[in-house]
Ligand binder design. Structure first.
Ligand code: MSP
Length: 656
């Protein structure tokens, strides 16, 4: 990565509906990354915005009985208000209906048209209204839209349109992706794009006749047409930083360090956008990073299921910083994660209210009682102190490393570990007894060390919880504003004698209601679904009862997607004798599975084995570890053997 600057973007969000946690997540993630990079002293530019043209917005406007511009104007404020409330520190917010963006889109189109990168042709094919994409007959999946998660009916369309000569860049793009492993991340998403590029790339239809859709940017060379929404939207990443307008600014920030996206918009970002940039003669972004989806419980979030989580309601109830913390700590970047109110409350109470809250209140109380609310001089130090100091400094280094490598959840886990370490240190040293017994030198050491660790922890957590950590740092008598990273990687910065002020409780415990409304609703829906389908997620007991008696239809069998998978890594799940955590590859996609085979297989003998997995099982958490599918094994009692493949087959092959 170019360490002289950091330019990060989120997708620009459609203004057809109000923001949900998926949108909030990407924006918070970008904010956290931007904040860490500012903290380590890199010039940083963080861009977000809204995608205001296209069919989705036009349709929402029609439904709401307003113009498309009114639809955009009324919805954009919901995003802007939410970002303000979520303490998002974006440097710019671009709307695709702004003249500064439209002018650049038109300049690019004219330029590409003049260079014969865009041409007009007759189109005859299939169109998905929802995805706003054209498909050839062979692209279709059983006659329906092939986009993952869509599968809707498509319309036959015959019309003149303008096309971008995307196909001519196919070989170049494949080579570029292979030569630049950081370009598409995580690795399994890179493989997904390479898989897509194994098929012949067609030219991209970049216009829509106004007779069908007029909510878009006019083509500068033919005003019977507007620009295809993606050809307009993707350009925001360069129009906002001065492309063809402010060359100095543009040179300063381009290429982007990160385009953060959700996994559903991978093709547009890793195929359309790079080829567009290539045609414009511009450098490629350094990394396009696709994160997974937030599921609600185990279900996809959708309006029709009525399970869309509104971040505004959630933060009104539980606060902004805990929400940010939960999202960052709960999702392993790249994989899907499950959002439930129960999981939020559990993590909040354990890590924030109990561990961090306890440590803070113990420290403040003792400083108040024994030290006149001032941080004392440390007395002599021993092994315990050396250990605590090392654990804190290591966690700070790990956090920065995890930010660089997109493992934020692991960095936060390391910081949470340090907090627990301080609480253990308190238990061991019993400072409350030292105070009572008048052993002030020893007490001074314990309290100074706890305060010093808290200084480091609060600084490292500041990008994730800016408001709460600012309060905490003020209470510790530290300087207001962004912490200085150099100081966070050093020991001994806290000045003895600094006055501290007792805080209100930073993270009051959430009393668990018997049935937290949402989760109860989800559980009921889940139960009902299981009863309706009679199916896969029925309890083990039900399955056992059915063994040997129930006959199923072939169509029932086809609901189970069995695939070959290659085991990449295996390790024991802490605290569970029988469980192994496996990283497997299924046809280019990397997944994590939890399997109860630890009594029969050692972790080190598994990598390289080709096994069979149920690939379409809904994700579940087993002992708190995300499991995305299930392995097949034969056995009885404690004896289990994996089902493997006779002969050689690539991973991801369907088992039927
Ligand atoms: N307008 C396009 C993006 C253009 S970028 C040049 C778009 N907008 S969107 O509003 O539909 O989606 C924006 C982002 O939200 C996408 O990255 C998408 O993956 C993400 N999410 C939508 N639902 C999500 C979850 N349930 N979980 C996490 N993110 C998800 O696509």
């Amino acid at each position: 990565m170019d360490n002289s600057k950091f330019y990060i973007t989120t997708p620009i969000y459609y203004v057809n509906d109000q923001p949900h946690i998926g949108h909030a997540y990407t924006t918070i993630l970008a904010d956290v990354l931007a904040c860490y990079h500012r903290l380590i002293g890199e010039p940083t530019f963080f861009l977000t915005g809204t995608d205001e043209h296209g069919q989705k917005v036009a349709q929402a406007a029609t439904k709401n009985g307003i113009t498309s511009q009114e639809q955009a104007d009324s919805t954009v404020v919901r995003f802007q208000e939410l970002w303000k409330k979520l303490e998002i520190s974006n440097d710019d917010f671009i709307r695709t209906t702004e003249p500064r963006h439209k002018e650049i889109v038109q300049k690019i189109l004219q330029d590409l048209f003049d260079k014969d990168e865009i041409y007009k042709a007759e189109y005859d094919g299939w169109y998905c209204v929802t995805c706003e994409r054209f498909y050839t007959e062979k692209d279709l999946d059983d006659g329906k839209c092939p986009e993952s998660g869509c599968g809707r009916e498509v319309d036959r369309i015959r019309e003149s349109n303008y096309f971008f000569r995307m196909s001519k860049y196919q070989e170049w793009l494949i080579d570029y992706i292979n030569d630049n492993p950081k370009f598409i991340q995580p690795d399994y998403r890179r493989n997904e794009t390479l898989g897509f590029l194994r098929n012949e790339l067609t030219d991209l239809c970049i216009s829509r006749p106004k007779s069908r859709l007029d909510w878009g940017i006019d083509l500068p060379f033919d005003d019977d047409f507007v620009t295809y929404v993606w050809f307009d939207a993707l350009v925001n990443y360069i129009s906002a930083i001065g492309y063809l307008d402010d060359e100095e600014k543009f040179k300063k920030w381009w290429p982007a360090s990160y385009h953060l996206i959700g996994k559903d918009i991978l093709t547009t970002h890793t195929v359309y956008w790079p080829t567009m940039l290539k045609a414009m003669g511009l450098e490629m972004p350094e990394t396009i990073f696709a994160h997974g989806w937030w599921l609600v419980g185990r279900d996809k979030m959708s309006k029709s299921s009525g399970n869309v989580v509104n971040p505004m309601e959630f933060i009104d109830q539980y606060g902004v910083d805990p929400f940010r913390y939960f999202l960052m700590a709960e999702m392993t970047l790249g994989q899907d994660a499950s959002f439930t109110e129960d999981a939020f409350i559990r993590r909040y109470n354990a890590e924030l209210a109990n561990d961090l809250g306890n440590m803070l209140s113990r420290l403040m109380k003792m400083l108040d009682t024994h030290c006149d609310s001032k941080i004392p001089e440390p007395g002599p130090i021993g092994e315990d102190e050396e250990n605590l100091k090392q654990v804190a400094l290591d966690a700070a280094t790990k956090m920065v490393d995890c930010v660089e490598n997109m493992h934020i959840d692991q960095g936060l886990a390391a910081l949470a570990g340090v907090v627990r370490e301080v609480n253990r240190y308190f238990e061991k040293k019993q400072p409350w007894t030292l105070g009572k017994e008048g052993k002030y030198e020893e007490l001074g050491t314990v309290l100074y060390f706890a305060a010093e660790v808290l200084r480091i922890i609060s600084g490292m957590l500041y990008p994730v919880m800016p408001e709460k950590m600012s309060e905490l740092r003020m209470a510790l008598g530290l300087k207001v504003g962004d912490p200085d990273y150099k100081e966070l990687s050093k020991w001994g910065i806290t000045v003895a004698g600094t006055k501290v002020s007792l805080l209100k409780t930073l993270f009051p415990r959430i009393n668990v209601k018997k049935d937290s409304g949402n989760d109860k609703k989800q559980q009921n829906q889940q139960k009902k679904k299981q009863q309706d389908t009679g199916g896969l997620s029925a309890s083990l007991k039900d399955r056992r009862a059915a063994e040997g008696v129930a006959q199923i239809e072939y169509t029932d069998f086809t609901k189970v997607q069995l695939k070959t998978a290659t085991i990449l890594e295996a390790e024991k799940v802490e605290g569970a004798d029988k469980l192994l955590r496996l990283q497997v590859e299924i046809g280019g996609e990397k997944r994590q599975l939890v399997a109860g085979i630890a009594l029969n297989y050692k972790a080190e003998e598994l990598p390289g084995k080709v096994i069979v997995v149920v690939a379409n099982l809904k994700p579940a958490k087993i002992r708190g570890v995300e499991s995305n599918g299930m392995i097949l094994a034969a056995g009885s009692g404690d004896l289990l053997r994996l089902v493997t493949i006779d002969g050689e087959l690539p991973s991801g092959t369907v088992v039927k």
